[in-house]
Design a protein around this ligand. Structure first.
Ligand SMILES: [Zn+2]
Length: 220
């Protein structure tokens, strides 16, 4: 399962088991260094989680309406039960040129949380770089996590746990991601059709971060 993503076997196994559990917590936190595939795995998990295929069969099945409407390869994100938040340049933040998950984004999420799923059994919401939330945004999100709406599921993705409020941390199951091995990084680079010698060099230079390896490549 999740074979198209390199590495993180333990976490993939955990998520595969998680998928089939009847009773499960409402929120996970994926944390670990940048550029190692946390968000990618969160998105693939979302596809499997929302898939309408049978629990016994492979999920995502890649055939059902849900899989069709949430397909990262074709760039189709029209799934009504999938929400994704990336940090944005806030009006007040514009001068600082930093991107954050703003309180306005969380407010829009809270508005949407009044509605249940329409196609799949659940709604899923991924908040990428959740550690860029300021206190105001974090406190708003906390209220949602304290009383999670029925049939909603949240995945927070962050590189630094220490930047998240302890109260948020107490509401999520933490899933730790470790850097990729040199071999795994190289394999991922080869998947991207980068020549072997270059892939080998980049893999050795990038501290187990595929994102870092790709940035090095751009800068060369
Ligand atoms: Zn499916």
């Amino acid at each position: 399962m999740f074979d198209q993503i390199v590495g993180h076997q333990q976490n993939k196994d955990f998520l595969a088991r998680f998928l089939n559990r009847e009773e499960r917590p409402h929120a996970l936190l994926f944390y670990g260094p940048e550029g190692i595939g946390k968000c990618l795995l969160a998105k693939e998990f979302a596809r499997a989680f929302l898939c309408l295929g049978s629990a016994q069969g492979a999920r995502p099945c890649n055939h059902c309406e849900s899989c069709r409407l949430l397909n990262f390869e074709t760039g189709n994100f029209a799934h009504p039960d999938y929400l994704y938040f990336d940090p944005m340049t806030d009006e007040e933040q514009e001068k600082k040129k930093t991107k954050i998950i703003s309180v306005n984004q969380i407010r829009s999420l809270i508005k949407q949380s009044a509605f249940g799923p329409t196609l799949s059994k659940h709604k899923i919401c991924i908040i990428n770089e959740a550690d860029t939330m300021n206190t105001e945004a974090a406190n708003s999100l906390l209220k949602l996590l304290e009383e999670p709406p029925d049939r909603w599921f949240f995945i927070l993705v962050a590189s630094s746990v220490s930047r998240l409020l302890p109260t948020i941390l107490s509401r999520v199951i933490q899933v730790r991601f470790t850097p990729l091995s040199v071999e795994e990084t190289k394999k991922a680079l080869l998947h991207k059709e980068i020549p072997e010698t270059e892939a080998d060099l980049l893999a050795h230079l990038s501290d187990g971060s595929l994102g870092q390896a790709l940035r090095f490549r751009e800068e060369r």
